[in-house]
Write a protein that binds this ligand. Sequence first.
Ligand code: HEM
Length: 467
Amino acid sequence: MMKSNPSISELARVMAAGRKSHVATRPPGPKGTPVMGVMREFNRDSLGFIERAQSDYGDIVWMRFLYVPALFLYHPNEIEYVLSTNPRNFRKAMSLRSNFFQRLVGNGLLTSEGEEWKRQRRLSSPAFHRHRIGAYAGIMVDYTSRLMSRWQPGEARDMHREMMRLTLEIVVRCLFSADVSHDVDHVGDTLKELVKPFASQATLKWILNNRLPTPTHLRFHRLAKRIDDVVYRIITERRASGRDEGDLLSMLLAARDEDGSQMTDQQLRDEVMTLFLAGHETTALTLSWSWYLLGKHPDAEKKFHEELDEVLGGRAATIADLPQLKFTEQIAKEAMRLYPPAYGLGREAIEDCEIAGYPVPAGTQVSMFQWVTQRDERFYDRPNEFRPERWTEEFTETLPKYAYFPFGGGPRACIGASFAMMEMILVLATIGQKFRLELAPGHRVEVYPAMSLRPKDRVEVVVKNRV
Ligand code: HEM
């Protein structure tokens, strides 16, 4: 229930914060049409819609999607409040609770809630500690070299496709390093088919109709079952052998809670699927956008090559080089600022609450958009320009924390952020040492907001030898 009268303490708090009390009023926002609310407008051009909502109404915008109330938050203070100060009052947004996601990742880390999520996060965290993930650096560099060995100077390649293939191979290998069977490669191919619906803006429709036995859905369930069979078989074999293979699966299998309990096979399967899904496309996208941006900015590309020559001098990169590959890291950070793979985050208010003086009823869908906040000129000088060198330590220290949140924040922040940063730097360095990737002449790349922020078509480059 919405409160109509502010309590004394609420008033005192709002006044102390030096803000106007909005209690019992709604933030401004677009009305939309009587039945649909803003649904049609949003579906027609979602990025344009979320940009206009801020420029027309400000940092807190209220609207309705069909019967569902929604709040868009654009200012770092309010984003911090939802993700980090009061995260207990927010669960993941409605869209993540569809049976489509349920079938794919079950109750894995991305989708689970409450005590169940807390336990899984506790059990999974050691596998992602910095000292542990160092073991995967070799896999990352080897697989990148293997990919490059198939490239010929002068030929055209779609970098988005290449990066998707590479990051999928890497995450599959980091999970199952010891399993050399053909099945593991097969997991990659099946996954590629399985996540195809993610590529489409019609996803929502698809998700809603998921219960109908259409050929597409039957195929989806068949593919999901095929992966399940392989994953469960590997889990059973690992449990039987009892060996620590040094990969992510071994870590998850060995994890024990304080009371000695471990993950069940079902939980392991859900976490494995979650890591496949959360861990490859996001990283591939940052890499694809990085190549695109470097292709567009020869000065930055030159500086990138100089750093690689100076730090590596032709030898393969290792984890020990990461602290020196500063500009390479800045490229990845700036690419994630301009083209954040997760371009928006969604939550649902569990109980009535108040955000910046406005009452927010339980059930409200709250969205925050990296796509808009990370290009806000209040926080970034010349915000639409690609300037990796802006990421100095001083700049990072003065930037409001939630003006940059490509990995989310608070307790539900990305568990794979260090893994992803390491992977992106090593892949960029390994390829950049050998090749220049020149954007194909006249090729324009547009953004396409599907489940993540993709290039609309291909990122077509011509592969050139550097020396
Ligand atoms: C550039 C690469 C990546 C980006 C931009 C990214 C982004 C994100 C974001 C924004 C969230 C928070 C979602 C929310 O709050 O609703 C998240 C969560 C998560 N990410 Fe990543 N991610 C990346 C790479 C990875 C990798 C490599 C892995 C694993 C190998 C991974 C595994 C996860 C998991 C398991 C969660 C859920 C964590 C939880 O709720 O406890 N991500 N990621």
